[in-house]
Write a protein that binds this ligand. Structure first.
Ligand code: SAM
Length: 248
């Protein structure tokens, strides 16, 4: 999958692209990431990419001409790629959106700065995406978040052992608890079942852990989940346990 990122600060991505799974995915040619400097599409000696807003008011606005030039070039490089403006006003980014985007061949991200982009740029984009209900100073962290979440869903990106299938939010559940060596840490032991080698029992324990964590931390997710008979049984057992506690 190919990503192009339109930004006035391409160097922000240097570290992000040279570590961990993202670096490995680039080396394995699972993804390519191309940060493009919007300034290269600006006219004049100073290559200015922003200007004062018509109508007055605080802050600057990203000029349309450099953005349009950069977008046209990126769309030429990635024909058929989806052009996404990063914006707090966009569609909320979720695991389901990451999954949807991971099916595409290419994504072009436009990172806004200042007060945002000139409104006339909207006709050149496919959609706006927001990474949450808060305002960043620029779209670059949002581009990194989306690239990261999408890349780990691509076949081969996590390597043989890791898997995104059981990750939180897949199938409306948070992932189960994890433990690693040592088996006792500060007097607290790993649950016996995880040391038992009984794969069926471990799978049951993990399902229970996943359901209870979701119930306690994000009950809103469970409302969207179609519960199977095993899951209903676990939750019923916990409800009975809580009822016993209350009535004791
Ligand atoms: N004035 C804009 C508004 O109130 O909607 C906010 C502009 S923000 C300071 C500058 C840039 O950061 C935006 O153009 C966008 O690219 C990026 N940005 C800020 N918050 C974001 C969010 N929650 N999700 C994605 N991008 C965001």
């Amino acid at each position: 999958m190919d990503f192009s990122i339109l930004t006035i600060f391409p160097e922000i991505f240097d570290s992000f692209l040279s570590h961990g799974i993202i670096r490995r995915a680039i080396e394995a040619k699972i993804i390519s990431v191309n940060p493009m400097d919007i300034r290269n599409f600006a006219e004049g000696k100073h290559r200015i990419t922003d200007d004062r807003p018509y109508g007055g008011g605080a802050g600057m606005v990203m000029k349309p001409e450099p953005l349009a030039g950069a977008i046209a070039e990126a769309q030429k490089i990635l024909p058929g790629g989806r052009t996404i403006l990063l914006s707090p006003q966009g569609r909320p980014f979720k695991q389901s959106v990451a999954s949807e985007l991971s099916m595409l061949d290419g994504l072009i991200f436009i990172c806004g700065r200042y007060e945002g982009v000139d409104e006339r740029i909207y006709k050149t984009i496919d959609e706006e995406i927001s990474i949450g209900d808060y305002v960043l100073t620029g779209g670059e962290p949002a581009a990194m978040i989306i690239i990261d979440a999408v890349t780990r869903l691509l076949p081969g990106a996590l390597g043989g052992e890791d898997s995104a299938e059981k990750d939180s939010f897949t199938d409306h559940l948070l992932e189960h608890a994890h433990f690693t060596r040592p088996s006792v840490f500060e007097g607290e032991a790993v649950p016996d079942i995880l040391l038992s080698g009984n794969h069926g029992a471990i799978a049951d324990w993990r399902l229970e852990s996943s359901l209870i964590r979701t119930l306690l931390k994000r009950p809103d997710l469970l409302e969207k989940k179609m519960l199977g008979s095993r899951e209903k049984k676990v939750l019923k057992r916990w409800c009975e346990y809580i009822e016993q506690l209350i009535s004791a």
